[in-house]
Design a protein around this ligand. Sequence first.
Ligand SMILES: NC(=O)c1ccc[n+]([C@@H]2O[C@H](COP(=O)([O-])OP(=O)(O)OC[C@H]3O[C@@H](n4cnc5c(N)ncnc54)[C@H](OP(=O)(O)O)[C@@H]3O)[C@@H](O)[C@H]2O)c1
Length: 243
Amino acid sequence: MDFQDQRVLVTGATAGIGREAAKLFADRGAFVIVSGRDPGRGAGTVSAIEAAGGRAQFIAADLRDVASVRQLGDQAGEVDVLINNAAILNAHTTLEQDLESFGVMFDVDVRAPFFLAAAVLPGMIARGSGVIVNISSMAASVGVPQAPVVAATKAAIESFTRSWSAAFGTNGIRVNTVAPGPTLTDGAVAMLGEGAAQLGMATPLGRSARPSEIAEAILFVASPQASYLSGATLAVDGGFTAI
Ligand SMILES: NC(=O)c1ccc[n+]([C@@H]2O[C@H](COP(=O)([O-])OP(=O)(O)OC[C@H]3O[C@@H](n4cnc5c(N)ncnc54)[C@H](OP(=O)(O)O)[C@@H]3O)[C@@H](O)[C@H]2O)c1
């Protein structure tokens, strides 16, 4: 898989799945724009990429703020591949959900990827090529009593994939979703502790994913090897949604 000299923007690349994807894109020759809020963690991803001989730049953005989303789109310049990965992992039942965090989840997980795509799409259209990969979750496809708002945000982003695929296919732009299952990332382990590993036991493969296993699927979907794939959702969930 060759991303030589492609400019790849990965949101949420300061940790977890996004960090692993950023490193893999750089390994395959891409110039990676690493985004997130935390400059220290951003520098960590960039240093890891540069230590391995790759090229990367950190751009800070707080995706709760739509002005920051648009600024990221401007500062990133030409983007060949956009990975809409950043999201808030937050679990509240319907009876416990407060209004404020409901809004923040929709701001970060739905509004931000929408307006970031809107910022980079004109350049892709002008060049007649581009790739967008939206990261959703197995939660988009099943009932999730512990986190119905997360599930709804992920269903929304899968819907964007279908709409953008239909809207921009004739411009040479492919748009797909990768839907991870339980994955042992910084965020999941911080929130769920041992539960992050236990969740994986409910999958047919009987374990949670390593972040690199999701990142490899993101790379495939973004790659020229997936040149006829558009509007699709690739479940990378150990078989969870097949049962
Ligand atoms: N882990 C799982 O089990 C799992 C399962 C299904 C789907 N997913 C999906 O996979 C994706 C990655 O998840 P993960 O587990 O790797 O997450 P993670 O380890 O919690 O990392 C989240 C990333 O998002 C960034 N982020 C969070 N809030 C942000 C904000 N307001 N503005 C900008 N960046 C922000 C964080 O960066 P800063 O802190 O630097 O801002 C961080 O880089 C998400 O879309 C998630 O929903 C994960």
